[in-house]
Design a protein around this ligand. Structure first.
Ligand SMILES: [Mg+2]
Length: 310
């Protein structure tokens, strides 16, 4: 059985690995990953492409690292600081950034209004862009209990996403990772976690997180928060290891980097960092545009995740 620290490292590193594996397959068709790599375990999967170097993590992990470093440097949630870090990063022209995240971060509105104002005019803010950066805050807040963890998740989501649907999905993911860190089964914890979801959003999450849900039943593209979270839970529920879960997520196609980042974070917390193949962590690297050319490798992520684990 992995230790709590091994699970925390698994969440943070497992998410980054999923992101980097998925990046070259973003917006591709179903099954593209297995078509290229039919036999698990043979290597070469960190292939790069689509503008990404092999092992290069995208905005998902870049924003997750920014959250992690803010939490550690400020000893807790300092929302204006997280927003400033996001803005600094967004201004440095990252290779990828969510459309809505970019609009919110570069619009010049104050941190506590920007996302809400954007949502008022766009009415579209239920993307998976807050879900994708959840692993560090899930690890950091876990010891404070489920409700405090979910509340922190909502506040971090609200920095870029004005739609409460995005907050609630991100809060659910935080709670499920928290359950896994304790050595318990996050899939079994779905019903009790749903009871903590805001009543306006409960039924829709109950539908997509039900045991019989399958990604074929998604009613939106998996760049939306509901099918993204649900696909990650489905991938963990229907597989028995980290690599198998991430492969299942990658083969869904669509927003592969984020679906695999979310799946990898949850599966990494379940199986621990020891289950994340070294051939995937070795080429992994996380550039941080706007932060003096810093590039984090797996050793840096390990230090970060250890410090997050309290
Ligand atoms: Mg991305």
């Amino acid at each position: 059985m992995p230790t709590r620290t091994e699970r925390a490292l698994g969440a943070v590193i497992g998410s980054a690995v999923g992101d980097a594996l998925g990046a070259p397959f973003e917006f591709g068709p179903e099954g593209a990953f297995s078509a290229r790599f039919p036999t698990p375990g043979l290597g070469g999967e960190m292939c790069g492409g689509g503008g990404w170097d092999p092992g290069e993590a995208t905005d998902d992990t870049q924003m997750a690292v920014l959250v992690a470093e803010s939490l550690l440097e400020h000893g807790g949630l300092d929302l204006p600081d997280v927003f400033r870090r996001f803005q600094r990063w967004a201004a440095a022209d990252p290779k990828d950034i969510g459309l809505q995240t970019e609009a919110v971060l570069t619009g010049g509105d104050p941190w506590d209004l920007a996302a809400a104002l954007h949502f008022q005019t766009s009415q579209r803010a239920a993307g998976n862009g807050a879900l994708m950066r959840a692993a560090p805050s899930a690890v950091y807040f876990a010891h404070l209990g489920r409700d405090a963890t979910m509340d922190a998740a909502r506040r971090l989501s609200a920095l870029t996403h004005g739609d409460r649907a995005a907050w609630e999905g991100t809060a659910v993911l935080h709670a499920l990772i928290r359950t896994a860190l304790a050595g318990d089964d996050p899939v079994a914890a779905v019903p009790e976690t749903l009871r903590a979801v805001h009543p306006d959003h409960h039924d829709r999450y109950a539908t997509v997180l039900a045991p019989d849900w399958h990604p074929d039943r998604a009613t939106e593209f998996n760049g939306a928060v509901w099918p993204c979270l649900a696909s990650a839970v489905w991938a963990v529920r229907t597989t028995t290891g980290y690599e198998e879960a991430v492969r299942a997520a990658l083969d869904l196609g669509g927003d592969t980097d984020t679906v695999a980042a979310v799946t990898g974070g949850l599966a990494g917390a379940v199986y621990g960092v020891g289950a994340v193949p070294a051939r995937w962590t070795e080429p992994l690297h996380v550039p941080l545009p706007g932060f003096a050319g810093r590039v984090l490798r797996v050793a840096d992520l390990t230090v970060l995740a250890r410090r997050l684990c309290r």
